[in-house]
Design a protein. Structure first.
Length: 186
């Protein structure tokens, strides 16, 4: 399986991160109880976690640094490159990876990484007043995969991986439709 969707998600979120200013770090986001700084920390930390899991290493229990207080754009780029390299390593896509909620093949985990990276890029675009019509072709593919892979068991109140599916407006972009499917109000 190709890492192209993950690479495209990284590129999309990189572009959104480039538009974030320090003055926006305290703004609200579509993610309940998260400010832009929290979302930036999750996006950057997510890349580090994806890399760790894909390499088969144990995640650190140490508290993550506040990436939003530094050059989070450069840190994201470095972490995303490391994560992408881990997924491109020989056998990574076929390897069964241990996750907190169970095991899955590397190819499925890479799909999850792409969806998470892209969707949180959408959250960040929405929170900072940027265009949310992100990579329509990728968004359509991630939506199709999410419809197959996300069951009701993964949905619920805050703390569940996904909120209840929301209704997107009739003219919603593919990225907006994905966001609504994953529980965001569009």
């Amino acid at each position: 399986m190709s890492t192209a969707p993950y690479e495209q998600a990284i590129a999309s979120t990189t572009a959104v991160l480039a538009g974030v200013t320090p003055e926006q770090l305290g703004a609200d986001t579509p993610c309940a109880s998260w400010k832009v700084s929290d979302l930036v920390n999750h996006i950057v930390g997510g890349q580090l976690w994806f890399s760790t899991v894909a390499k088969g290493e144990a995640a650190s229990d140490a508290a993550a640094p506040d990436f939003s207080a530094g050059d989070f754009k450069a840190t994201f780029a470095e972490a995303a490159a490391a994560s992408l390299a881990a997924f491109k390593a020989d056998g990574a896509m076929q390897k069964i990876m241990d996750l907190p909620w169970g095991k899955m093949p590397g190819s499925a985990f890479m799909g999850l990484a792409a969806t998470d990276t892209f969707t949180h890029g959408w959250d960040l675009a929405r929170a900072t007043g940027q265009n949310t019509d992100l990579n329509p072709e990728l968004a359509a593919g991630l939506l199709a995969g999410s419809r197959v892979g996300i069951s009701a068991a993964f949905r619920g109140a805050e703390g569940a991986p996904f909120g209840p599916e929301q209704t997107a407006p009739a003219n919603a972009s593919n990225a907006d439709q994905l966001a609504a499917f994953l529980g965001r109000t569009v």
